[in-house]
Design a protein around this ligand. Structure first.
Ligand code: PFF
Length: 460
């Protein structure tokens, strides 16, 4: 057995700190903003079912693999892959898998920060009573006026990026860990309050049936790709975020158990968000497929009409911002850890460098909603005909880069790394759970990802 490595960046203070941080990474805009709108765009129940299957047979096994690689390598994903490839007697070029993740995280954060900026702006709008007793059309026009103003989007994007970098600069124990301890439980409670509202004053049954009654005629191969991509996105997989968090995990923590807790919390939050939003959509005759603005056009209606709406609404957007915050720090952590390791930078400087570059890149997304909203760079392809720069960035990262990263992680963990090493790190012995994990990661995950890719590009 190889001697255990130690991370130069520190370690989580306990297994719980890791579970909270990884849940903080997983639960974010993906659950509350993205899941409802892509479910709405892809027809509801069948999409949700495919997404849940992807979580179970692809997401959970890959999360275990990613944490395992991280804890074994104990460095940024780039250096972890380099070290582990050499240790397993393979080509050190596997470090490019780490690079794929670092680039994906950078691209995702560039747009994630803009959307999180919307949530931040809505904290102040809700608190100042903008939505009190407003009509569905009124909420819609407030949202479109907001998007049409690049300066305003830029302002909130800047604020959110600064918040992210402040935490990242403080490091594993000082920053990341402290930030997530209170946020996750609070978010959960407020979602339950909203669920009560949706049950009492929305079209609850219609909402449930939209979410859970699968109609397979409404989903196509591209929809399946989006569901699979979202399983990766929502669990923060395929790009090294969970790997780098795993690299700070204490030796004695059980990887399988922690993975189940994270996946269960993440899935529950997404499903509750769906159960809150769709009843409100149907009760107000809104369009489920209306795209990225969905929660910003539905939830303010609920807050504007419920008792205590000013309070709950403000709290909700505060918590959504926090959920996005604890995810965004994990998006950039792999890149920052790499700068610290390979360029001898201190955390502070590395965070400033990454923050500024990512902020600049984020302007592409800012402008996609206003001055470049008609610009569709790939309009020559039918599938991308109306996709703006933001849509393309989202498609490229979530539906291509993350599943590709996940596929390579699967291949590396069971085809190249020795069984002895993975058994040792997972600490499950040689029992049926280990064998099941190995079977899923060896055959099912790679084959499923490849089939979905090939179907989506219409090769099969
Ligand atoms: N899982 C986050 C969400 O659902 O909002 C987004 C995310 C974070 C994706 C970190 C990827 C990642 F590495």
């Amino acid at each position: 057995m190889a001697t255990k490595r130690i991370s130069i960046h520190g370690e989580w203070s306990s297994r719980w700190a890791f579970v909270l941080a990884a849940t903080g990474s997983a639960v974010g805009l993906g659950n509350i903003w993205k899941f409802p709108y892509i479910t709405g765009e892809n027809g509801g129940g069948a999409f949700v079912l495919v997404y849940l299957m992807c979580i179970a047979i692809i997401g959970i096994p890959i999360m275990m693999a990613e944490i395992m690689l991280g804890r074994r390598g104990r460095q940024s994903p780039i250096n972890t892959m380099h070290t582990l490839a050499i240790e397993a007697g393979h080509n050190p070029h596997w470090m490019w898998l780490g690079w794929l993740g670092v680039v994906a995280g950078f691209l995702i954060l560039s747009y994630y920060s803009v959307i999180a900026g919307w949530a931040l702006a809505y904290v102040f709008r809700t608190a100042s009573g903008t939505f009190t007793n407003v009509t569905p059309d009124g909420v819609g026009s407030i949202f479109s006026t907001f998007l049409a103003d690049p300066e305003s989007l830029m302002f909130w994007h800047t604020l959110f990026m600064v918040m992210t970098m402040l935490v990242v600069a403080r490091g594993v124990n000082g920053g990341l860990e402290k930030a997530v301890k209170f946020l996750m439980p609070a978010l959960f409670v407020i979602l339950l309050v909203l669920l009560g509202f949706a049950m009492s004053s929305g079209e609850f049954n219609q909402g449930l049936s939209f979410l859970f009654n699968p109609d397979f005629s409404k989903i196509n191969a591209n929809g399946v790709l989006i569901a699979m991509g979202h399983a990766f996105f929502t669990l923060s997989l395929g790009m090294g975020a969970i790997m780098v968090y795993g690299s700070y995990l204490p030796e004695n923590a059980s990887i399988a158990r922690t993975t189940f807790m994270i996946a269960a919390a993440d899935t529950t939050v997404a499903l509750i968000a769906g159960m809150v939003i769709f009843p409100i959509v149907f009760a107000n005759n809104l369009e489920p497929g209306s795209g990225p603005g969905l929660i910003f056009q539905t939830l303010p209606l609920a807050f504007g009409h419920m008792p205590g709406g000013l309070f709950f609404g403000t709290l909700f957007f505060i918590l959504l911002t926090f959920a996005a915050w604890s995810s965004s720090i994990s998006l950039i952590e792999p890149a920052v850890a790499w700068l610290v390791e390979n360029h001898n930078m201190d955390r502070m400087k590395a965070s400033v460098v990454m923050g500024i570059s990512c902020w600049l890149f984020g302007l592409l997304t800012v402008f996609s909603f206003n001055i470049w909203s008609d610009y569709a760079p790939l309009s020559m392809f039918e599938r991308f005909r109306e996709k703006t720069l933001f849509d393309l960035l989202d498609y490229l990262t979530a539906n291509i880069m993350l599943p590709l990263g996940g596929l390579l992680i699967a291949v590396f963990s069971v085809w190249l790394m020795s069984g002895e090493a993975s058994r040792d790190e997972l600490g499950m012995g040689e029992g049926p759970s280990y064998l099941l994990w190995r079977f899923l990661v060896r055959y099912i995950t790679p084959v499923a990802v490849i089939i979905v890719f090939l179907r989506a590009i219409e090769v099969i």
